[in-house]
Every structure is written in C-alpha cells, then in structure tokens.
Design a protein around this ligand. Sequence first.
Ligand code: GN1
Ligand code: MG
Length: 371
Amino acid sequence: MNEQMARKLQQVGNKFNLPGPFFSYEEINVGNVNHTYRADYIRDDGTGMARIKSYLVQQVNTYAFRDPVALMDNIDKVTEYIHAQRPNQTCLHYHHTADRNTYVFDGDEFWRICNYVPSVTYDTCDNLEIVRSAAEAFGDFQMVLSDFDASQLSYTIPDFHNTRKRYETLIKDIKEDKLGRVKNVQEEIDYLLSVQDLACKLTDMEKAGQLPLRVTHNDTKINNVLFEENTNKALLVIDLDTVMPGLVAHDFGDAVRFAANFTEEDSEDTSRTGVDLNIFWAFADGFLSQTTPILTRNEIDTLGLSGFVLACELATRFLDDYITGDKYFKVKKDNHNIIRTKCQIALAKDMYKKLDAMNAIVEGCAKKYGK
Ligand code: GN1
Ligand code: MG
C-alpha cells in the first residue's frame, strides 16, 4: 500500500463523512481514463464485531471530462430515474459531502465515491451465456431509459461518437505533427483514411435525420457490466460517465468490438485479432431480445456495420492520442497507443470481411424478436 495514496483516499473519505477508521485500499485496474480505488473501512456490524465496509473511490480525469460537475448531474438524474423504474434492482449510489454535493474538488483533482458492489467483471469472455447476459443488461439499460427526456442531459464529451469529427481532428493533428511521430504510423494512417466514408456512415446517417437520438451508455465494454459471483447473473451496468444522447448502434458496436474480439483490445498478437461470430451472435441475440420492439428498421440495419465503425473510430482516437503525446488514455507501456491502434485496425479489417455474416445474424435475431 502506498502511504501517500492511502492518506489521499482517507482525506477524500473524510470529506464524504465515511464512517469508521480507514483500513486499506486497492487500485482497481479497469478503465483507460479515470483512476479507481476500492477503499476499505472498519465498521462495527451492530453487535460489537468488526467488519470491513468497502467503497469505490474515483478520481475523474478532467482532461477527458472538462465539465465534471455536469457529468455528475447527468449521473444523478439517470441513476435516480433508473432506481425509480427498478426499485428492487442493485443500483449505483453516490455519496454526498456535508454541503450535499456528489463530488469534491481537491485543487485540480475531482473525486467521487459510490457504493462498492461485490461482483466479477470480464475483460475477455468466451462463455456465450455470460455474453448474452451482458447484452441483455445493455439492452435493458437502453429500454429503461427509452422514455427519459434526453434534453435533460449535458454532453459530457461533445462529439464523443461523431466519427467525422474524430477523423477531422486526426487529420489536423497529422498535418501539425508537433512531436514528429507521424512517420512511425503511416501504414495505420493510410488504412484509416482509406475506409473513412464507411467508418463515418453512422454519423452521416444521424446528420441526415435517418436515425433517432436515444439516451445511450456510450461505453459498452462488457467489463462495464457487473456479474454476481458464482451465478454469472448480470447485476448492474456501471460507468455512466458518458451517458448522453446517442445512437443505438454506438452502444451495440462498441460492445461487439470489445466482447466479440478474439483478443483483448490492446493485444500485440494481432494475428489472432478478429470478430468471433459466435460471440457476436450471442450478443446480438441478447441485445435484440430486449430492444427489438423500439428499434426502427434503419437502426436494425446499422447494427451489423456498427462494430466496424466503432473499431475504426477508436483506432482514430488511439492514433491521435499517440500523435499528440499520449495525454488522453492511460498508457501502461511504450507505444501502448500504437499497439491499441493496430489491434483495432486488425479487428476492423476482419469485421469488414465478415460484414455479410454479421448483417445476416442481426436480421435473424430481429426476426426472432418480432421485426
Ligand atoms: C475509455 O476508461 P474506459 O475504459 O471506461 C474511453 C472509451 C473507450 C475505451 C477503450 C470517456 O473507457 O471511449 O472506448 O477507453 N472512455 C472515454 O478502452 O473516453
Ligand atoms: Mg468509461
């Protein structure tokens, strides 16, 4: 345990009036943007016996989230709404400070604390039942918010899934090449530019008014679903930082590019990277089992392509971060953002080859659930 960090977490805990003496902490190594810790406190269990009570303490990355107060306001609204709709479901609960805020600023640092839910998560998963449950959970998330008034939500990251804008930013940063890194990634740039129009299909259709805006999660990696230990029942969808108006295909595509990839999203062995159609099928079946009744024909028609779109979009983001100095995503090794870019490109290439199969699977599932 790092003493300085332990002290920091205690200080934050004090501001939220967490009861009981601080005992220990562990950094939870998920997420590429925020810093997350489980902080353990000692509590009297009511009978005079000590027990450990854990909390999830997070430092929000204010480079990525420029308006963290608006972000917390979105989360409050969405979690309250979900809780009212599903009172018996496990939900996220953010703690309040003495002045009734769900956050504290400590200098430049922005901290928040929520309940810790004992659970397991999966970064990679070849268990079809688990994938299907995760898909149902994300589908259900979409359904439970389908009547939520999206205009109440702020755009926590403007143009988050605006693929055209992502490309424009990349092209501008390639031109400027402030760090002289462009020469190292020419092949990746060439590929991404060569597929630009197809990669921007969702954004273009949205702009043309062909797809409805919904309240979407926008970061649907399956490790954002908590599962009950032992039973593998999906408990809760977490990481609501990017809940904003968006397209259903953003949520579907981001989920399959993560869950249905044969490798992890930053694998260096891209010879194995590609879309596992069995996993894709399980995800499509679970997601459409929940959402088919509300989806339009155009929405269904975009799901097969959405994994390719999201893989390309994320590749442009990783690549741009590399070119501009690795400021956005946490990097854990040298050239981490290049490795991530190559992996997303390898996935996009394989998805492109399997587009007809993915479209057929989506169509089959939509039929099964009534469209
Ligand atoms: C970031 O930090 P995390 O894992 O929740 C990113 C997502 C990317 C993802 C790639 C706010 O999510 O958009 O898809 O990394 N979140 C933000 O792993 O940028
Ligand atoms: Mg996230």
